[in-house]
Design a protein around this ligand. Structure first.
Ligand code: GLN
Length: 547
C-alpha cells in the first residue's frame, strides 16, 4: 500500500505532550494491524542533540544504529514497542549540511540554492526515507517547536507540499494545542487555539484534527466552539486532559475514537481489533497504591528530570512488574561532595548512578558507590556509573585515591578506565563515540547471566572510554566479576561485585531497551534486590515475565 502520513504540529505553547500524543496515536494504529514508524523533525541547527547539554535538551536517546536523537524517540519506541532508525530524527543542521555538501560537489551547478525548493525537497526526501527504511505503512511525523516559530517554517512548508504531492487520502494533519485556564473566572480559553490554527492556515495547512490539551475537563460547548472557529468536525476536536499516568494516553485517545476517524480519512480499515487488556492492566497497576522502594539516583543533571527520562521510565517498568513503587530521590553528586544530600544516599534501598560526561560531581558519585559496595546496598551503574564503580573498586584494591578514569585525570598512575585505542586521535566531538547496538556475551554463573537468562544480548552504547584490560587480572582476583564481554573477549561490558546482594555496572545503556510491559532484566534484578532490602517484596507479586 502507498505510505500514509500523519503530521503533528504544536500550537500555543511547547511541552504540552505532542510527542506522547504522536507516540500514543502510533500505538492505536499498531493495535489495528498496521506497521508504523514515527519521525521527529527538530528545527535546531545542531546536527544531532549529542553535542547539547542535557540542561538544554533533556536526555539524548540512542537508537540501534547509533543515532543520537531527541528524547521523544524514546516515547515512540516505548509506547509503540518498535525499533526506529537514524532517519527518524531530522534536524535543520542535517538538512543544511546535506544541501551544502551537494552544492560544493557541484550537484546544483548553475543554480541558486534556496529554502524552497532545495531545503524543502531535502526535508521531503528525508520524510520519504522513513517508510523505505523501516517498511512502515503509516508514518507519523512530529514537527518540533510551535507554529509561529521562525525556524520551523521550512518543515511546515515541506509537510504542506506533501499534501499536494501525495494527495488528501494519504495525508492527515493533527494540531496539538493548549487551552489555558483562567483562575479568576474559572474557565478554559480557546482563543490561543483559534489564533494558532489561523497561523497554521496562513502557511497553507488546515488541520484535520485538533487535540486540545488542558489541565481541566473540557465540556461539549467548548468543543463545539473550537470546531466552529477552527473549521474542523466536532468529533475531530479531541480534548486531552492531563493525566498523572503517562501510559494512559493511548487509552484516552482510544476512548475518543480517534483511530477510526484517522483511518477513515486515510481510506483504511482496521485489520485487527485492538487488544488493550495488557495496557489496561498496566495503567491499573500504576494507579494501585504500592509499597515504596527508595532509589537514590545520583547524577549531575538531577534538577532536570528529563535528563534521565529513560532511566526513570525503566525504573518504573521494573517496579511495576514487582508491584512496588519507586520513590526516586534525585541526589546532586556535586552537592554530595559538600556533604549535602548524604542522608538520601544512606536511607536508600538502592543506588543508581546513570551516564554522564565531564568531571563535575565525579567524587560525589564515587562516594555514593563506596557506600553501596561496603554497606551492601543494591547498586546499578549505567555507563559512567559502571566506569566509576571500577574506579571505586580500584581505589580499594590499590589503597590509593589516585586511581581514576583518564577522562578525569590524564596522568593517573592507575588508569583503570581509559580511551579505547580507536578513540585516540579523534578530535571531533559530534557522533564519534562508540554508538549503538553491540553484542555482549554473558559469562556463566554471574548475576547478569541469571537476570537475562540467555548467553548473548545486544545493547545500546554511547561512550568513549572503556575498562582498561591491564587491570583485569588484579580486579578479578580481588572480587570483581567481569560478567559481560564483547564476543571477541576484548571489551568489558558488564562488571559486578561477587560478594554483594546486587552490584552491577554496564558499559552500555540498558534503559533504552526497557518497555512498559517488558522491563529490562537488569533493572528488574536491581529493583528486586532493592525491594528485598526494603522488605516489601512478596515474591508471588511478580506479574510480568521477561520474554
Ligand atoms: N563519559 C564516559 C565516556 O565517554 C561515559 C559516557 C556515558 O555515561 N554515556 O565513556
Amino acid at each position: 500500500m502507498t505510505t500514509k502520513y500523519i503530521f503533528f504540529t504544536g500550537g500555543v505553547v511547547s511541552s504540552v505532550g505532542k510527542g506522547v500524543t504522536a507516540a500514543a496515536m502510533g500505538r492505536l494504529l499498531k493495535e489495528r494491524g498496521f506497521s508504523v514508524a514515527v519521525q521527529k523533525l527538530d528545527p535546531y541547527i545542531n546536527v544531532d542533540p549529542g553535542t547539547m547539554s542535557p540542561y538544554q535538551h533533556g536526555e539524548v536517546y540512542v537508537l540501534d544504529d547509533g543515532a543520537e536523537t531527541d528524547l521523544d524517540l524514546g516515547h515512540y519506541e516505548r509506547f509503540i514497542d518498535v525499533r526506529l532508525n537514524k532517519v527518524c530524527n531530522v534536524t535543520t543542521g542535517q538538512v543544511y549540511a546535506e544541501v551544502i555538501s551537494k552544492e560544493r560537489r557541484g550537484d546544483y551547478l548553475g543554480g541558486t540554492i534556496q529554502v524552497i525548493p532545495h531545503i524543502t525537497n531535502e526535508i521531503k526526501r528525508r520524510i520519504g526515507l522513513v517508510g523505505k527504511t523501516t517498511g512502515a505503512e503509516i508514518v507519523l511525523v512530529e514537527v518540533g517547536g510551535t507554529v509561529g516559530d521562525i525556524e520551523s517554517l521550512p518543515f511546515l512548508e515541506a509537510i504542506r507540499q506533501l499534501r499536494s504531492d501525495l494527495g488528501r487520502e494519504n495525508t492527515f494533519y493533527v494540531h496539538v494545542t493548549w487551552l489555558p485556564w483562567i483562575g479568576a473566572t474559572e474557565e478554559l480559553k480557546t482563543k490561543p487555539t483559534q489564533h494558532s490554527v489561523r497561523e497554521l492556515r496562513s502557511i497553507g495547512i488546515s488541520p484535520d484534527m485538533i487535540v486540545a490539551r488542558s489541565d481541566h475537563p473540557v465540556d461539549e460547548s467548548l468543543r463545539e466552539k473550537i470546531a466552529l472557529f477552527c473549521d474542523v468536525e466536532r468529533r475531530a476536536v479531541v480534548p486531552m486532559v492531563t493525566t498523572s499516568v503517562l501510559y494512559e494516553v493511548p487509552l484516552l485517545l482510544e476512548e475518543a475514537g480517534v483511530a477510526e476517524l484517522v483511518l477513515h480519512r486515510l481510506g483504511l480499515e482496521a485489520r485487527t481489533r485492538p487488544d488493550w487488556s495488557d495496557w489496561k492492566k498496566l495503567v491499573e497497576r500504576v494507579r494501585q497504591p504500592k509499597p515504596k522502594v527508595r532509589i537514590a539516583l545520583v547524577g549531575k543533571y538531577v534538577e532536570l528530570h528529563d535528563a534521565y527520562m529513560s532511566v526513570r521510565e525503566a525504573l518504573k517498568h521494573a517496579a511495576l512488574a514487582l508491584g512496588v513503587e519507586p520513590e526516586i530521590h534525585w541526589v546532586h553528586s556535586a552537592e554530595l561532595e559538600k556533604g549535602k544530600g548524604w542522608d538520601q544516599v544512606v536511607q536508600a534501598d538502592g543506588i543508581l548512578v546513570p551516564g554522564g560526561f565531564g568531571s563535575r560531581g565525579i567524587e560525589g558519585k564515587i562516594r555514593a558507590i563506596h557506600h553501596a559496595r561496603t554497606q551492601k546496598v543494591p547498586y546499578l551503574g549505567l555507563c559512567l556509573g559502571m566506569q566509576l564503580m571500577v574506579v571505586e573498586f580500584g581505589r580499594y584494591v590499590f589503597g590509593s585515591d589516585e586511581v581514576n578514569s583518564t577522562e578525569f585525570d590524564r596522568s593517573t598512575p592507575y588508569p583503570v578506565i581509559d580511551l579505547m585505542p580507536e578513540q585516540h586521535g579523534i578530535t571531533d566531538m559530534g557522533g564519534t563515540m562508540r554508538l549503538g547496538l553491540y553484542p555482549c556475551r554473558l559469562q556463566p554463573d554471574t548475576r547478569a547471566r541469571a537476570c537475562y537468562g540467555v548467553d548473548v544480548v545486544e545493547e545500546r552504547h554511547r561512550h568513549r572510554f572503556e575498562f582498561n584490560n591491564a587491570f583485569r587480572d588484579i580486579f578479578t582476583q580481588r572480587g570483581m566479576v567481569l560478567s559481560g564481554l564483547s564476543p571477541d573477549g576484548r571489551l568489558v561490558e558488564i562488571t559486578e561485585i561477587a560478594d554483594h546482594p546486587f552490584m552491577v555496572g554496564t558499559q552500555f545503556h540498558p534503559e533504552f531497551l526497557s518497555r512498559p510491559n517488558r522491563p529490562h532484566p537488569l533493572f528488574l534484578g536491581f529493583m528486586r534486590a532493592a525491594a528485598e532490602r526494603a522488605g516489601v517484596l512478596e515474591t508471588e507479586k511478580e506479574t510480568v515475565t521477561n520474554a
